[in-house]
Design a protein. Structure first.
Length: 434
């Protein structure tokens, strides 16, 4: 039972599905929000592309050098980064398989809206390929043995930006966003459970497009924290779990100007319980997990559905079709910190006596935009988002354009921007958190 619950949570797709008549709109009680002193900030915009093909680079890391301020590019390679008006120094852009690109903040301010960051492919010298001939099993054991030295022993107070969306076929029917505060517990502590609370949030729902079904994504930003596979290694990063997988050293790539092994993993044929498959990017120097990309094994559709779906109406068949999970870590001063996670799950919904099916796609994403190890205090239980909570019931409707103030966010892709504009014309907006 514990394993089933864990797999369901890390899947980040715990859904409550019910008829629209059963759904009721509810507003959560106002919480005490700490006031953040507003500063004079400037917004830097840009786009990250391959220098030769001009293809946008998705989920590129963008960070202010020498600080903890960072963000990621969206599905169109676009990003925004808010910095103090008098900020100087450099912005560093990184992407898997590419050389890091460093651009001065002053240069990006001058260019305004025309910042295009061109990234060059990083070539791996032959000597680096053969310097450490090693079996993938040996690499993974080194990864596990070095958890204590690679990941922080102190708690961190992190600021993050969270977004979740639900699409019906190609149309967005629910969008929610929030600036969140995260208590990131030490990796070595027995009480290593993280906690998250909403500082500011907003949402929009187009219930008309739901027909008779209302999808709800359970857990909100809490579930994206479970994608920290180092903090939650039960999936495939324990010695016991490794026995269930076939491993392959498939490549060597560069991430953030550091060389990484690429380890493919696939559950062994005789294992009947649905597990995961994907690839891990392991820093050659430290054996730290720098990035993980994986998916849930959906061969047994009925069993997989039971792990994702909490409730559904009679006569409805819901089948998970595609899952995709991603987590990235950022190295600073010899330690690796949780930086970005994303989960996407596609479902097919069939009704008895109906000829056509409907596809629903859920996405949840969390990017860390700042962090500190100073004066970290674990906030009260009543302030936390629980795994059983629904994020869209905790936030207000979309508000004014200045809603985010000086918070860093993930730039919406064009289709989301269009959906926000469309939905905003249908709804009455208010900002109950201001």
């Amino acid at each position: 039972m514990k394993t089933k619950i864990f797999y369901s949570v890390i899947a980040s797709a715990l859904l409550l599905i019910m008829t629209a008549g059963d759904a009721s709109a509810s507003d959560s009680a106002d919480r005490n929000k700490k006031e953040k002193e507003q500063q004079q900030v400037i917004t830097i915009r840009g786009r990250v592309v391959d220098v030769e093909t001009r293809v946008p680079l998705v989920f590129a890391g963008i960070a202010v050098q020498g600080s903890n301020v960072s963000t990621v590019s969206n599905l169109d390679g676009e990003f925004t980064l808010k910095v103090d008006n008098d900020q100087t120094g450099n912005i560093e852009v990184s992407y898997v398989g590419y050389k890091n690109r460093v651009v001065t903040i002053e240069e990006m301010k001058t260019n305004g809206q025309r910042n295009v960051i061109e990234m060059e492919t990083a070539l791996i010298p032959i000597r680096e390929v053969i310097v450490k001939p090693i079996l993938p099993e040996e690499i993974m054991l080194q990864v596990i043995d070095r958890f204590d030295e690679n990941y922080p022993k102190l708690p961190n107070d992190m600021t993050g930006f969270y977004r979740e969306t639900i699409r019906k076929n190609r149309s967005y029917i629910s969008i929610g966003e929030a600036a969140v505060e995260i208590f990131k517990a030490p990796y070595q502590n027995d009480l290593r459970f993280d906690a998250v609370r909403i500082y500011k949030g907003r949402k929009s729902n187009d219930v008309e497009k739901m027909d008779t079904v209302l999808f709800k994504l359970q857990g909100g930003p809490t579930t994206t924290l479970y994608l920290d596979v180092v903090k939650n290694p039960e999936t495939f990063l324990t010695r016991e779990a490794l026995n269930q997988y076939d491993l392959e050293l498939s490549n060597i790539v560069v991430i953030d100007d550091r060389t990484n092994y690429v380890i493919n993993f696939l559950q062994k044929p005789f294992i009947t319980t649905p597990l995961y498959q994907g690839r891990l990017f392991i820093d050659i120097e430290t054996y730290a997990v720098a990035q993980a990309e994986f998916a849930f094994n959906l061969e047994n559709k009925e069993l997989a559905a039971s792990m994702f779906i909490r409730k559904k109406p009679m006569g409805m068949q819901v089948t998970p079709e595609i899952t995709s999970y991603y987590v990235r870590y950022r190295e600073m001063d010899g330690k690796w910190y949780f930086s970005h996670s994303r989960a996407e799950v596609k479902f097919k919904v069939n009704w008895k006596k109906k000829l056509f099916n409907t596809n629903y796609t859920t996405m949840s994403e969390l990017a860390i935009t700042d962090r500190t190890e100073e004066d970290v205090v674990k906030f009260a239980a009543r302030e936390r988002i629980r795994p059983t909570d629904f994020f869209t019931e905790e936030v207000a409707a979309f508000a004014d354009p200045e809603f985010w103030g000086d918070y860093n966010v993930i730039e919406p892709d064009q289709s989301i921007e269009a959906a926000i504009r469309r939905l905003s014309r249908k709804l009455r907006f208010s900002d109950r958190n201001e």
